[in-house]
Design a protein around this ligand. Structure first.
Ligand code: HEC
Ligand code: HEC
Length: 237
């Protein structure tokens, strides 16, 4: 049985994180794996510990894992376990810059590879936000066309991703977060980006980017993966 966890206030830790910055780091190839990523992928997840670890994450990503509609904090709920493991390992290894979150992602805060496996598996079970932040809705035809031509082969027909290849689920993610990642990937600021994706999106104008991301934010996850509006995570109270 999963016990109910008490919500704790970690505002002080949060403030500390915001003033800390992560050291800059070296370039690596895409998804070379190794180290913690490989280890976490092979471990059997313990969901009870996943809840325990997730308590730390909830301060920013919320107990539901739904993030903020303004895109400050992404939705995590429903992301593929493999993808979350890769992102966490990358953030810890400073292969993806995330100064806000970095101190909370460290082994001192959450533990080793087992904790990564646990929290990633827990996140994958969370129902997704049915009301993500959306774009202006003015260029959806263009967005659809661009999506079909440039994104389907990796992110799938409906933005569902490909877990075995570490291609993220992007459907129903907050528009502003999507835009930020897209710019960072296009402009080389997100170091763990897939080089083939970088190539694929080089020619995108800001209008193209806005159109395709608005389309992606509006892609509906399957009904069984969606939460009800206002759902509160019963694992915490
Ligand atoms: C202090 C706030 C904060 C805390 C605490 C935090 N995060 Fe984050 N997280 C962020 C921010 C901000 C981003 C987006 C960074 C960016 O725009 O690239 C992010 C991004 C992520 C991503 C990448 C999402 C994607 O779609 O690629 C993952 C995975 C993630 N967080 C997991 C976690 C987990 C697991 C925990 C708990 C162990 C956690 N975060 C704790 C702020 C936080
Ligand atoms: C060659 C495969 C490929 C193509 C084509 C591709 N992507 Fe990606 N995309 C990826 C991979 C792999 C990642 C994750 C990179 C990493 O490991 O951090 C990613 C990451 C992303 C992210 C960040 C997700 C997150 O949660 O942070 C967004 C947004 C995105 N892609 C949108 C798009 C859109 C829109 C298109 C089409 C215009 C596109 N991608 C085309 C492979 C691809």
């Amino acid at each position: 049985m999963i016990k109910i966890h008490t919500k704790t206030f970690i505002g002080a830790a949060l403030t500390a994180a915001l003033v800390m910055t992560a050291p800059a780091l070296a370039q690596q190839g895409w998804n070379e794996g190794g180290g913690e990523q490989d280890e976490a992928l092979t471990l059997t997840p313990n969901l009870e510990n996943g809840i325990e670890v997730y308590e730390v994450c909830a301060a920013c990503h919320l107990y539901e894992g739904w993030g903020q509609t303004d895109g400050t904090f992404p939705q995590l709920a429903g992301q593929h376990k493999n993808v979350t493991i890769k992102q966490l390992a990358d953030i810890r290894a400073l292969n993806r810059d995330n100064p806000t979150m970095y101190p909370f992602a460290l082994p001192e805060s959450i533990g080793g590879a087992q904790s990564i496996a646990d929290v990633a598996a827990y996140i994958a079970t969370l129902p997704m936000n049915p009301e993500p932040g959306l774009g202006p809705g003015t260029d959806l035809e263009l967005g659809k066309k661009l999506y079909v031509e440039n994104c389907v082969r990796c992110h799938g027909e409906n933005g569902e991703g490909i877990p075995e290849k570490y291609y993220p689920r992007i459907q129903g993610q907050h528009y502003n977060y999507l835009i930020r990642q897209f710019e960072w990937i296009r402009d080389g600021k997100r170091r763990n980006a897939n080089p083939d994706m970088v190539k694929q999106i080089q020619g995108f104008s800001d209008k193209d980017m806005s159109a395709v991301m608005d389309f992606v934010a509006r892609q509906k996850p399957p009904a069984e993966d969606l939460g009800e509006p206002g759902w509160e995570n019963p694992d915490f109270e």
